[in-house]
Write a protein that binds this ligand. Structure first.
Ligand code: NAD
Length: 440
């Protein structure tokens, strides 16, 4: 790996590749187009009815709101908020809420569509949605974040609903924001509605196992893919981009299965250690440093590009979209990619990875563990009866393995890669649901 620095030096060199990465991350302008092109690929194999193709290509509802929020300095700032409901063919819509500067309607539309496919693959009775606010949550105080979240919930009070549309955390949000959402929604509607949002704190009706669920699903997907491709788990190594909810939990769980994590990164730093990174130490370090890895002394500093091209067996992108470009795909050394993030691979890169024999477990399968346990949380809220962590994890693991098997089967049957296999798995189910419902 080129340009490595001495162990423990600050990640100053990391910022060098940040503009490129930002530029890559900004490629989301075409994100919904990327969904459409991948749908077309699956349509060409599956040949579903033209009526269904039209329905599934068109998001059902798009809501855009302006959110005036009083900032700590006494000035008013108006934020843009979005909620896109892509489909309710299989049930109430489900999908996280993202706080990031590059959130826009195109990105939210793509993420909502992926939720529809993800829920269908995970075999849970939900449609797909996504929400977001264009903001930099790291630059807002807790008070500003609370006012913004409550303003957004108020604006979406008639969109959300326990049997209608159920948000959850995504990038930049977590259990704290979910608690504000359930509280605001319950006050507006004068009901106790814990099931209106998932990913809540345990004391407000959250589910055991939810916080680590997406990372856990990444781990199960990785183990299943290793079994299918005959990869030896004992001596396997991996690299993980992103060290938030998904990345840090995936790192911990993969490590617990003996897969050595050689490289990790977040938006502030990249770290490589050929002997394996001490994941608990990295998690504790990030906790004490405002969630950031910058300055973590457990390895050499590397850039994001170096991480993606690291000499490891498994690559786990778990941060932002569009990071696996054609250049990365051509030069990647990993043999297996497990997409923890949504949309980390550009369509053009997909073809290259396939040609090079690199197996990609697509986002709509690999990161479905989060929504699976969100569904378990919603079920527990409806019953008012709560499961142990073991019960949750056992049900989750069985569900993820079954989803993996189904996608693998369809990929083989239609002689295609796992991504198209995953789309086919979802579309088969959705086509039936749309046909049964009929049109008027
Ligand atoms: P998070 O906010 O908890 O963490 C995001 C991480 O990515 C942070 O460590 C951040 O520093 C890092 N990051 C941001 N920009 C980066 C960059 N340019 N380079 C390297 N690292 C960067 O978010 P999360 O919930 O872990 O979500 C990560 C991804 O997983 C997103 O694509 C999200 O849509 C997807 N996802 C999340 C869930 C969930 O349950 N949280 C479920 C399914 C999919």
């Amino acid at each position: 790996m080129a340009n490595k620095k001495e162990v423990g030096t600050p990640a100053s060199d990391f910022s060098k590749d940040a503009p490129e990465l930002k530029q890559a991350a900004n490629l989301h302008q075409g994100m919904f187009d990327a969904v459409l092109s991948r749908l077309d690929m699956a349509f060409s194999k599956l040949n579903p009815s033209f009526n269904f193709q039209q329905v599934i290509k068109s998001p059902q509802k798009q809501v855009v709101v302006s959110l005036p929020v009083m900032m700590d300095d006494g000035k008013l700032q108006v934020f843009q908020g979005y909620r896109v409901i892509h489909s309710t063919a299989l049930g109430p819509s489900k999908g996280g809420i993202r706080y990031a500067m590059d959130v826009d309607i195109d990105e939210v539309k793509a993420l909502a569509a992926w939720m529809t496919f993800k829920c269908a693959i995970a075999n849970i009775p939900y449609g797909g949605a996504k929400g977001g606010i264009t903001c930099d949550p790291r630059k807002l105080s807790v008070g500003e974040l609370e006012r913004l979240t409550r303003a957004y919930t108020t604006a979406m009070a008639d969109v959300f609903g326990v049997d209608k549309d159920i948000p959850a955390p995504d990038m930049g949000t977590g259990k704290r924001e979910m608690a504000w959402i359930v509280d605001t929604y319950s006050k507006i509607h004068r009901v106790d509605a814990p099931g209106v949002v998932t990913g809540k704190p345990l004391t407000l009706g959250g589910s055991k196992g939810r916080e680590a669920a997406t990372g856990r699903g990444v781990m199960i997907s990785c183990l299943e893919a290793m079994k299918k491709t005959g990869m030896d788990r004992k001596n396997a190594t991996c690299a993980i981009q992103g060290f938030g909810n998904v990345g840090s939990n995936a790192a911990k769980l993969l490590n617990s299965k003996g897969i050595k994590v050689l490289a990790i990164s977040d938006h502030t730093a990249g770290i490589f250690n050929p002997k394996g990174i001490d994941i608990d130490a990295a998690i504790n370090y990030a906790k004490e440093n405002g969630g950031m890895l910058k300055g973590f002394p457990g390895g050499e500093n590397i850039t994001n590009e170096e991480l993606l091209l690291a000499d490891v067996d498994v690559m786990v992108p778990a941060a932002v979209q569009n990071v696996i470009t054609e250049h990365i795909a051509k030069n990647m050394k990993a043999k297996l990619v497990i997409e923890g993030a949504n949309g980390p691979t550009l369509s053009e890169a997909d073809a290259i990875l396939f040609e090079r024999g690199i197996t990609v477990v697509p986002d709509i399968l690999a990161n479905g563990g989060g929504v699976t346990v969100s569904y378990f949380e919603w079920v527990q809220n409806k019953y008012g009866h709560y499961w142990t962590e073991d019960e949750v994890n056992t049900k989750h693991d069985a569900s993820m393995s079954a989803a993996f098997e189904n996608v693998w089967f369809n990929a083989k049957q239609y002689k295609t890669n796992l991504r198209t296999g995953a789309y086919i798995t979802a579309l088969k189910k959705l086509e039936k649901a749309v046909a049964y419902r009929g049109n008027y």
